[in-house]
Structures are given as C-alpha cells and as structure tokens.
Write a protein that binds this ligand. Structure first.
Ligand SMILES: Cc1cc2nc3c(=O)[nH]c(=O)nc-3n(C[C@H](O)[C@H](O)[C@H](O)COP(=O)(O)OP(=O)(O)OC[C@H]3O[C@@H](n4cnc5c(N)ncnc54)[C@H](O)[C@@H]3O)c2cc1C
Length: 566
C-alpha cells in the first residue's frame, strides 16, 4: 500500500506528464490518425521514467504494491487523461493477472519481475470470435506434447479477437483448452506460428491498439502453463473480476468526470438569452447535476469495494465489482453524452474533446463484461441471498439504513431504506410469480439492485465524511454538506426507479392481478417514495451551486430546506 504522500506524488507526476506529452491537440491528432502512441506507453512503463506498472506489482516482485484503493485512483487519473492510453497500460495489468493470482512462485518471480524491471508490455487473450461473454465456448486448444511419458510442452491452435495490445505486446497470456479444461499460457511475441492482425478501426479508444491473434501450432514449454496445473483458467480469470472490474469502473468514473469538467466551465462562459448557461436550471438540472450525482454514487461503491478488497474481504467480491462497474461506466457514458449536449454544436466537433471522451468511454460498457452481463451477474448472486434469507436480505439492509438515518438524518439513508424495502418486495413478487424465468425481469432486477445498493453505500460514505472518518485517500472534491445533498438526490432517484420500474415490469410480466394492485403499491411504499421526492429541486439547486462555486459554506448536517430558508 502506498502512503498518501507517495500516491499524491504519483498522481501528480501522471498529470504533469500528460500536460507535457499528451495535450489536447496531440490527443486529437492521434485519435484522428488512429494511432497508438507506443513510445509514450513505453516511457510510461519504463521503471527509470514513469514506471506506472510498478504500482500494480507487489513489492516482493520489485513493484510498489499499490492497494486496490491506490490503483483505483491511478486508473481514474489515467482515464481522465485518455482512455486509450489507460487501456494500453491496463492490458499489461490484466495480462499479468492470471500470473499474479494463479502462477507458481517461480513463474511470479520471473514474469512479474520482468514487468517491474523492464516495463514488458502484456496482452490478455481470452476473447475469441465465437466466445465473448460466454468464455466457456472457447475453441482455442492446447495439446500436450509428451516425451518419455512426461508432458514437456503444449501446441496451441486457435484465434483470439479484440485483444488490447494485440499488435504491440511483448508477451501474451492466452486462454486455451487443455485436455483437463481451460488454462492460461504465456506466449512470447515472435514465437513460431503466432501472428497478430492489423489494428481494428474502432469507434473510440483509438489510441489503444486492438488486434486479432492467430495461433497455428504455437509450441510453448510446459513451464508456460500458468500455475503448472491444467484446467484452472476460468477459476483464475474469475478470481480477479472483483478487482479488475473496480478498475474499469474507475475508467468510467474518470472519463465521465473529464467530460463534466469540460462542460461545467464551458457553461459558465457561454451566454445565451443574456445569462450564462450555468444559471439556467433547465440546463444544469438535466445535463450536469444528475450526472455528477450518478458518478459520485458509482465512486462511493468503488471506494467501499476497494476498501473491502484491501481489508481482505472473504470471497472475490465479484458481484460488488460488477455493481461498481455497471453503475460507474453507465454513469460515465451518460455524463459524456450529456456533455456533448451541454456544449451544443461545439460539443459535436473534435476540438472540444467531449465527443472523443464519449466515443472512448463507450467501451467501458462492453469490455471486462458487458453491462448486460453485469446485470445478470448482480441479479443471480443477490437472488440467491433473497432466497436464502426468505426474502429478508434487502429488508435487513433497509433496517441498517434506517439506523444510519437515526444517527445522520441528513444523508438520505431514510430514502435509501425505502429503495431497499421496495426492492425486497419487488423481488419477492418476482419469486412468488416465478417471474425470473423472463430474462428481462432478471436483468432489470440487476439494475434495481445496483441502484439501491449504491444509494445505501453513498449514504454511508456521506455519513463517514460528516464524522471525519472517510478514508484519507478518498476523493475530496465535495465537503460533507455537498456529499449529503448528492446522496439525498441519488437516493430519491434510486427509490423511484426501483418502485416505479419495478411495479411496471412486475405488472408487465403478469405478476400482479388487478385485485392485488393497490396492496402491492402499498407494499413497495410507492406513496412514501413519491413523498420522499420533496426537497429534490432544493438539493439539486445546492449541488449546482457547489459545482459552480456559488454555494455559501453550510454547517455540516444542516438540511437543504433549512439552509435555503435561512
Ligand atoms: C476495444 C476492445 C478491447 C478489448 N480488449 C480485450 C482484451 O484485451 N482481452 C480480451 O480477452 N478481450 C477483450 N475485448 C473483448 C471484450 O471483453 C468482449 O467484446 C466482450 O466481453 C463482449 O463479447 P462479444 O464482443 O463477443 O459480445 P457478445 O458476447 O456476443 O455480446 C453481444 C451483446 O449481447 C449481449 N449478451 C451476451 N450474452 C448474453 C446473454 N447471455 N443474455 C443476454 N444478453 C447477452 C451482450 O451484453 C452484448 O450486448 C475487447 C473488446 C473491445 C471492443
């Protein structure tokens, strides 16, 4: 784990480097030329220069041993600079993950040491033309080569699709089927029979090299089988999802904020109808504030999950990683799209960057598991909790939020509790009607879970900030009253979403008869959730004032309505 000072120095050197070597004009030119700046990436990976990869590598292998929390902040910063370059650096991290988590001690020492000392670029080769979301459909094979009854190596045959760094990596980790099941192999660039295709002509992250790979009778020695045991590949890939998805979540967050941080100052200068856009509620409360609120809900979930991973939480926190990724990448994409709108015609041109950010951030909803796969993962996992607790899981979480509200009446925990109670009731209705047989219902439940859990998490973090107990490395853009207003705003959105969409979809799936309708509306607390919208505009006004530097300092924990009356 890095000290706060070392982390801040690393973040600053990244920012300074980007200012010098990757200013907007350079990013636009590279994007237009569809070019991966390999020299810059190599400079950033050189341990004598920036050595970004050292942050990911454990100290025992020559790295700096950054915690999940440290790596999240670095990923966010990278994404604020350029998501293509961030992806290029992240691919080494992802490519070496099967080694970090599944390799033998000798393999770890050799390969992780190589990345630390030489800045070796890796690529992660899992996806295939016919195996994307469903990696189980993998067709690449690794056949044993035996001598004297002993396995001495493997012959790999197959193809890989959409591989980041595919054309520029020094080393590739390749997932292939052995007789005992999928396994990871380490393959050097230039090995006989190994080839990569021309870079893909992509919608976004055009500074990242993406290429297909072909493997024809590629021979590797047996010591290139990660972990030395066949059939562990999918388990090794699964082990890191909690962690890697938090990183992609940070990409969504960084890109979304990069767009907002262009739209906000723009709207202060742009005069229409005699006044700046920043003073128009119809503009700020549609294009700016809701995006900031959703981004910060995503951040709260990222930070809490990162802290739990660093504290050695049981299990791999795959579902939490999925929630963090889902919320932050969807929020990042919406923020970037709305930033184009916020800049009007200028936003639609290359020069103003937000259209590039919007194209770039789009990928975060696809790679490391699509948003729909996230919805499925979240829903399936929490569905089990719902069944195991006989429908009480989210009622219990709601009670915890109610207890938080008793101690901190201003962080929106009461409304988060309404969202959680509604969620429990919607899930129970789905159970009784056996409605998860409809995939649409199952996936939508995944979305409502993500919203309700994020509302509770954001309220918890707003309370911790008010108590001065938030992680010292946590993002400090907002003070306690501002984060409380953000939390209240998000909790209202989450509760409304769960209750109204939940009602609509459950009724749509035939789960509620006419006679049951008003009872179900009562059970999900529809009327209470509508009443909880009171104060929404005042809170959004306050968040806008904070964003535009117009807010008067507020006493912590003072309700928005009171402050406005004062
Ligand atoms: C720029 C880029 C870089 C990438 N980098 C890498 C890399 O470095 N290494 C690597 O291994 N891979 C990489 N990928 C691959 C990426 O992880 C996959 O594209 C992604 O997992 C989706 O797989 P797919 O493209 O085959 O889409 P599909 O799986 O075919 O999905 C298509 C659509 O169907 C939906 N869908 C899929 N399954 C279901 C289901 N069961 N139910 C309902 N809906 C479903 C998806 O959500 C999606 O909307 C990269 C992709 C891109 C575009």
């Amino acid at each position: 784990m890095l000290t706060k000072k070392t982390l801040q120095l690393s973040l600053k050197s990244l920012r300074d480097f980007a200012k010098k070597r990757l200013p907007d004009e350079e990013l636009i030119a590279l994007d237009e030329r569809d070019e991966c700046p390999v020299e810059i990436v190599k400079y950033m990976s050189d341990p004598e220069k920036l050595g970004i990869q050292l942050l990911f590598i454990p100290e025992e292998y020559g790295g700096m041993g950054g915690s999940t929390f440290d790596v999240y902040l670095i990923c966010e910063q990278m994404a604020r600079i350029d998501l293509g370059v961030a992806t290029t650096l992240f691919a080494t991290f992802l490519g070496s993950d099967p080694i970090t988590f599944g390799a033998t001690p000798e393999q770890k020492k050799f390969w992780l040491g190589k990345i630390a000392d030489e800045g070796t670029l890796f690529a992660y080769g899992a996806t295939e033309p016919d195996a994307g979301s469903d990696l189980g459909a993998l067709k690449t094979t690794a056949d044993r080569v035996e001598k004297g009854g002993k396995i001495v190596g493997y012959k790999i045959n197959g193809s890989k699709q959409w591989i980041s760094n595919g054309g520029i990596a020094d080393v590739y980790t390749i997932l292939a089927n052995t007789p005992a099941g999928p396994s990871w192999f380490i393959v050097d660039r230039g090995t006989k029979g190994f080839a990569y295709d021309k870079p893909e002509n992509k919608h976004g992250i055009r500074l990242s090299n993406t290429a297909a790979l072909a493997l024809n009778d590629v021979y590797v020695d047996a010591d290139r089988l990660v972990g030395g045991v066949e059939g562990q590949g999918l388990i090794q890939a699964q082990m890191v999802f909690g962690y890697t998805r938090v990183m992609v979540a940070a990409f969504g967050l960084g890109a979304g904020w990069a767009a907002m941080d262009r739209a906000i100052p723009y709207s202060m200068k742009r005069i229409q109808g005699g006044t700046p856009l920043s003073e128009k509620q119809g503009y700020t409360h549609k294009l700016i504030v809701p995006n900031v609120v959703r981004l910060e809900a995503g951040r709260a979930y990222i930070e809490e999950t990162a802290e739990r991973i660093d504290a050695g939480a049981e299990g791999s926190l795959n579902t939490e990683g999925a929630i963090a990724k889902y919320m932050s990448t969807e929020a990042g994409h919406k923020a970037a799209d709305d930033s184009i709108q916020a800049l009007g015609g200028y936003g639609y041109t290359h020069e103003y960057m937000v259209e590039k950010i919007s194209r770039d951030v789009r990928i975060t909803r696809i790679y490391e598991g699509t948003s729909e796969i996230m919805e499925m993962t979240i829903s399936r996992d929490r569905w089990q909790l719902h069944l195991k607790t006989r429908g009480q899981h989210y009622h219990e979480r709601a009670k915890q939020a109610e207890a938080l509200h008793a101690a901190h009446p201003n962080v929106g925990a009461d409304v988060a509790a309404l969202a959680l109670h509604a969620l429990a009731e919607v899930m129970e209705k789905a159970r009784v009607g056996r409605l998860t047989r409809f995939q649409h219902v199952l996936f939508r439940i995944g979305e409502w879970i993500a919203y309700a859990e994020c509302a509770a998490t954001l309220a918890r973090r707003a309370a911790l900030l008010a108590e001065g107990r938030l992680n010292e490395k946590a993002n400090d853009r907002f003070d306690a009253p501002a984060l409380a207003a953000i939390s209240r705003t998000f909790a209202r959105e989450a509760a409304l979403k769960v209750a109204e969409e939940g009602l609509g979809v459950i009724v749509g799936a035939g789960g509620v008869t006419d006679a049951e309708m008003s009872g179900f509306e009562m059970a999900i607390g529809l009327s209470a959730i509508h009443r909880a919208q009171a104060g929404l505009i005042a809170d959004m006004d306050y968040v806008a004032d904070v964003l535009y530097g117009r807010a008067k300092k507020r006493v912590a924990e003072e309700p928005a309505e009171m402050a406005l009356r004062a």
